[in-house]
Design a protein around this ligand. Sequence first.
Ligand code: MRU
Length: 349
Amino acid sequence: MTIQSVEWNQETNVLRILDQRQLPHKVIFIDAVSIEEVWEAITFLKVRGAPAIGIAAAFGLILWSEGKQSNQLELFLNELQAKRDYLATSRPTAVNLFWATDRVIEAAIQAKSVEEAKERCVLEALAIQEEDRNTCRKIGEFGLELLEDGDTVLTICNAGGIATAQYGTALAPFYLAKESDIELKAYACETRPVLQGARLTAWELQQLGIDVTLITDSMAAHVLKTKNITAVIVGADRIAANGDTANKIGTYGLAILAKAHDIPFYVAAPYSTIDLNTVSGEDIPIEERAAEEVTHLQGVALAPDGTKVFNPAFDVVPNELISGIITEKGLIRGDFKDRLQALQNESVH
Ligand code: MRU
């Protein structure tokens, strides 16, 4: 099995987190033993990618609950809710964080004692991780149906195995292709300012033995025009009820470029990334991150001191630019609003 972004040790109650800030040069794991360490890991992108953030946050609640020595159920549940709200302050855009922690709370509410609540929380967090593995595999299968042997896909950021429980979303078709000896090639946008494409996607696809070519973000138009790209496939942090999709900054530009070059633009995401309570992209909160991510590169200043910076971590692709949304429930095309709503109660697990 490939490297896991997050791994719960049930014997020691320790959450092992792959420190993605250190990649590709060092493969280092952090042993988190407190909810504060998980908050820190999410905020500072040691664990990142919408599904992996959700899984880490779910186990963050477990780290808190395991240390709780009370037998007052109501108090336990109130504090659990407060801890969920605390984790929610780490990153605002990926809805999976809220979805996963709410699932843990829902599980705890069914319990008759604190002991039972704790057990239910652990089982739920483990289930979220296991389901994500199966979900991403299905996304890979549906994604691969859109591609043929020899095709080339352009992607941005890292929506790979390390951004999920396994396989990834946008990169899942590459894992499935590998298993069937189908050859796919990739172009990876470097993804300024945090370089998830250069540091993580190039590394992950190399590990998998995929032919991957790294480009700077500004080269995308030229590559789409000249390199026979079959499709653009990206991940998502939150998909609104009408299909508008928030993903890594630069994704909106790629969608416009794909349209201009008549190349299909697909979003690959688990159904848990779809937020039917968010009406449209305008309602998706967009995280703004520290100016240093733009003014500095690995600690070296690129811009004059005091330069004014705008650093949104995500942008929103309007639904009309999306050719299809690849989920574990299949490929969704056409009227996203109706289709996303209709699929809500369709289970695949
Ligand atoms: O800031 P990041 O690295 O967490 O942003 C990640 C993305 O934008 C991914 O494309 C998205 O979360 C999907 S990961 C399967």
